[in-house]
Design a protein. Structure first.
Length: 282
């Protein structure tokens, strides 16, 4: 019987499995500025279930981290965010799934407002549907002149009800309804005029403009900004008399904080304030 031949070729070496990049990238600089970058450029940064969950985890972590002073929400690729992932949604056609998905998205959006630090949208490209909602929910927004905005669900037979909640609280009612019922795009300049974003700049000045806002925010005491943000959104839901009553209580508490005491004394002494490093910050 002939002995079987033995191969002298080396056995193939299994290639290490490539690690996929996170769908939300996080970086934090020494000043406490966190940048969260939507990282699904191949899908126009559509908000998949996994991306919504990742954003929620990041917001939850930031809420507990007193070293964070500001958050920038950015995106990879040409689009800022194309809204929900329609392919993923279509693959799971059930009422229970859709209710859970839209609730998950709403909770993530509300997480922005609940953070004790300002959140700035850095909009470099198209923002549609829930992507436009994300811009509206951020406390501030800077857009490149090439950016465009729409709540285009109505074009597909799906009215953008959830994005409409954010829009109607940021821009005039008739303007918001026009965007919702026509599904048409508006330019970055139009978005600024309508109150959806704060600033429009040319692409080459984009990052510098975002940095201007960030630098102005982090130069202020964290507690003053945190108390101010929390009260700003709370008073919007109150009647004017109740809002003023709550404002008096908030400002009195704010005035007793060591940061405010230092700031007022520095003004009286005509010197720069030396903000305390540790305050009773939220």
């Amino acid at each position: 019987m002939k002995a079987p031949s033995v191969s002298t070729e080396p056995a193939p070496v299994a290639k290490p499995q490539e690690r996929e990049e996170p769908i939300v990238l996080r970086s934090q600089d020494l000043r406490g500025v966190v940048t969260l970058t939507l990282n699904r450029p191949h899908a126009f940064n559509a908000l998949s279930e996994a991306m919504l969950a990742a954003m929620q985890r990041e917001f939850d972590a930031i809420a507990e981290d007193k070293s964070v002073r500001a958050v920038v929400v950015a995106a990879e690729g040409k689009a800022f965010c194309a809204g929900h992932d329609l392919k993923e949604m279509r693959a799971k056609p059930s009422l229970e799934y859709y209710e859970r998905l839209f609730s998950q998205c709403s909770e993530m959006m509300l997480g922005i407002q609940r953070l004790p630090v300002p959140v700035i949208a850095r909009v470099q490209g198209v923002a549609t549907a829930a992507g436009c909602q994300l811009v509206a929910m951020c406390d501030l927004a800077v857009a490149a002149s090439t950016a465009k905005f729409a709540v285009s669900g109505v074009n597909l037979g799906l009215f953008c009800s959830a994005p409409g909640v954010a829009l109607s609280r940021n821009i005039l009612r008739k303007v918001a309804f026009e965007m919702l019922v026509t599904g048409e795009f508006i330019s970055a300049e139009e978005a600024k005029v309508r109150g959806l974003i704060n600033r429009v700049v040319e692409p080459e000045q984009f990052d510098a403009e975002v940095e201007k806002i960030v630098a102005a925010i982090i130069a202020k005491p964290r507690i003053a900004v945190a108390m101010g943000k929390e009260f700003f959104y709370r008073q919007i839901e109150l009647g004017i008399a109740s809002a003023y009553e709550a404002a008096a209580q908030t400002m009195a508490c704010n005035m007793m904080d060591e940061a405010a005491l230092e700031g007022v004394q520095a003004f009286i002494d005509k010197r720069p304030a030396s903000w305390p490093k540790h305050t009773k910050s939220p």
